[in-house]
Design a protein around this ligand. Sequence first.
Ligand code: ATP
Ligand code: MG
Length: 301
Amino acid sequence: MGRIYAVANQKGGVGKSTTAVNVGGYLGEWGLRTLLIDLDPQSNATSGVGVAHAPDRPSVYSVLIEGRPAAEAILPTSVPGLDLLPSDIALVGAELELTGLPQRDSRLLYALDGMTRRYDYILIDCPPSLGLLTLNALVAARHLLLPVQCEFYALEGLAHLSYTLDLVRQQSNPGLELAGIVMTLYDARTTLSAQVVDEVRRMYPDLVFHTLIPRNVRLSEAPSYGMTIGQYNPRSRGGTAYAELTREIIARAAGESPGSLAGVGQPLSHAGALATTASAETTFETEPQVGAEAPEGVIDG
Ligand SMILES: Nc1ncnc2c1ncn2[C@@H]1O[C@H](COP(=O)(O)OP(=O)(O)OP(=O)(O)O)[C@@H](O)[C@H]1O
Ligand SMILES: [Mg+2]
C-alpha cells in the first residue's frame, strides 16, 4: 500500500513546493510510482514539473468541489514514474466553496480512495494556510512532512499546526503522524542557520532529518524550466541534498518511526535573548509571506 504525505507548514516560502516537487521527482526517477498533488491555488508544484496552465482541464478543483474522479484529472509528467494531480487558479475560491459542501474536510480522502494501490508514494503540496485545503490534506494523509526554514523565527506559528494536528487526530484521522522535519534554506555561511538546526534538533532529536537542504540557486532556477532538480542539475548541492533526503524518507518509511509534535511552537531558547517576546499566537497573523521572492545570498550549485 502506498503512503500519503502532506507537505505542510502554514508559513509561506519555507520550501514546501520545492520539497514536494524534488522529493517526488527522485521517487519517480528511482522507479517508485509517485503521485504529486498540487493543493495550492498558486500552482507552484504544477508549473514546477513543467505542466502548463489549462483552464478547461480537470484539476484538483474539479475533484474536490465537483466530485469528479481523481483518475480523470491525473496527468503524467516528464519524470518517468511521477504523475501529477494539477492545481488550477479556480482553487482560489475552493476554501469558501468547501465550507458549504458535505464532508468538507474529508473530500480529498474519499477522492483518493484506491490511489494507494496505484502509487507507492503520494505527496500533497499544501498552501501556506491552515484552512480547509490543508485540512483536507491532513485528513487524507498518514504522514506530515514539515519543512522548516533555517531562520530566526523557524518554529513560530507551529503551535497552530500542532493544535490542528491534534484536532484532526481526535476527530477523523487518529493515525496521522509526523514523518519528519526538513530543515530548508540552510546557509552554511551564517552561524544563525547552524544555531537554528542545533536548537530544532535539541528539541526534536528524532524528528529532524539528517539531510539539510542548502540555500542553492539551482533549486530556485529549476522550476523556471519546469524541471525537478533531478532533471535540471542533479549534481548541484541542492540536487544531491534532495536525493539524500529522499533516501532518508524511504528509509524512515521502511523503519516506521512515528513522531510527535508535542511542544512544537515553543520559541527557540536563544530566540528570547535575540529578539522575540511575541507568542506564536500573536505573530501568526502578521508573519511575512516570503512567497516567490528571489532568495538572497544564494550560493551557486
Ligand atoms: N533550498 C533552496 N535554495 C534556494 N531557493 C529555494 C530553496 N527552497 C526554496 N527556494 C525558493 O524559495 C521560494 C519559496 O520556496 P517554495 O515555493 O518551495 O516555498 P513554499 O513553502 O512552497 O511557499 P508557499 O508557502 O508560497 O507555497 C521559491 O522561489 C523557491 O524557488
Ligand atoms: Mg508552495
